[in-house]
Ligand binder design. Structure first.
Ligand code: DAH
Length: 347
């Protein structure tokens, strides 16, 4: 009888090996484990055995039954997976296929120019070994101001008109410098370098070069013995990569509470070539890259010892960069939502 049981299990396995459909699986289940199945038949024939034998054989039949049930379940789930895979392989649509669109008369849109430039910049920074970090649009006072060395009563808070929430603790971030703080909190131990791109919000009147919502890309590099010379070299390299040519730049002292010393880096206006126009407010230069050496208080707030480490930070104005690149003379086009505008940049 034990031999019979073994033989039964072997033919069960053979049958399982050939299963291709759920119906076949159900047949096998009925044939071997069903009420009138082969195992059931063996159970019945136990009635003729002696009580001793009945006990051992009964146990053996039960163990085999359990094993067969487990195997059935295994084969069932792998069959299910196989059938899903087959279905996926057969029934799919290439949603990236553009040619059908072209023939359908539907006009293609394109990536927004800010997205195009942001992605290009990310590639440049990645090639320089920077990480790309993200941060929330809704921030708290600490990350937007206090940790950046702008205490509650500091007049520098008025430099940025803020959209506050009713609790007067939360706000729409006014700059991506918040990502400096979040980056330090995340990275913990220098050396590190990262950029953080995204939207920022200011409650202010709009004109050709100001919008209530715009885009920045914050950068921070922290290590040991970093100097202003590193900062300048880095920025020149960066800008030549961005504009794919040498651009005229100038560095002026600039005040930002989170850097000391702080600078304004201007580039010669690429729209008018320095003659003066609406975008550069007739001065021939455009503020592009405020930057400076990270203030020790900022490092402290980020949990980093300023006696041991230092570094620099910069804030790229993405919209300005886009306007320079594509010769757009009014920032408000960027948020106009006109498809004819965006389409011009489709690649
Ligand atoms: N957060 C500043 C702003 O929005 C820009 C800025 C200035 C960023 C100097 C920096 C910096 O990292 O060093 O006006």
């Amino acid at each position: 009888m034990l031999d019979q049981l073994k033989a039964l299990e072997t033919s069960f396995e053979e049958a399982l090996g050939n299963v291709e459909t759920e119906a076949q699986l159900a047949d096998i289940k009925a044939r071997f484990l069903g009420k009138k199945g082969e195992l059931g038949g063996m159970m019945k024939s136990l009635g003729q055995a002696s009580p001793e034998e009945r006990k051992t054989l009964g146990q053996a039949v039960n163990v085999t039954k359990g094993r067969m049930a487990t195997r059935l379940e295994e084969v069932r789930s792998s069959l299910e997976r196989k059938l899903i895979d087959q279905k996926l392989e057969k029934d799919w649509t290439d949603i990236t296929l553009r040619s059908s669109l072209k023939h359908s008369g539907v006009k293609e849109a394109g990536l927004h120019p800010v997205t195009i430039v942001q992605r290009e910049l990310e590639d440049i920074f990645l090639s320089m070994g920077f990480d790309i970090l993200d941060g929330p649009h809704i921030e708290d006072d600490f990350h937007n101001f206090t940790a950046l060395n702008i205490p509650e009563t500091h007049p520098a808070r008025d430099m940025q008109d803020t959209f506050w929430f009713k609790d007067m603790n939360h706000l729409l971030r006014t700059h991506t410098s918040t990502i400096q703080v979040r980056g330090m909190e995340e990275k913990k131990t220098p050396p590190f370098k990262f950029v953080g791109p995204g939207k920022v919000f200011r409650c202010e009147a709009t004109d050709a070069s100001h919008e209530a919502v715009f885009h920045q890309m914050e950068g921070m590099l922290i290590g040991k013995n970093i100097t202003v010379a590193h900062l300048i070299y880095f920025e020149k390299t960066l800008l030549s990569q961005i504009f794919k040519r040498d651009v005229e730049i100038r560095l002026r002292p600039g005040f930002f509470p989170f850097v000391e010393p702080g600078f304004e880096l201007d580039i010669q206006c690429l729209i008018c070539g320095g003659k003066g126009c609406k975008v550069c407010k007739q001065v021939g230069w455009v503020e592009l890259l405020p930057c400076g050496m990270t203030h020790p208080n900022v490092l402290r707030h980020g949990g980093i010892d300023p006696e041991e480490y230092n570094g620099f930070a910069f804030g790229l104005g993405l919209d300005r960069l886009v306007m320079m690149r594509y010769g757009i003379d009014d920032i408000r086009h960027l948020h106009g939502g006109h498809l004819d505008f965006s389409r011009q940049f489709a690649k």
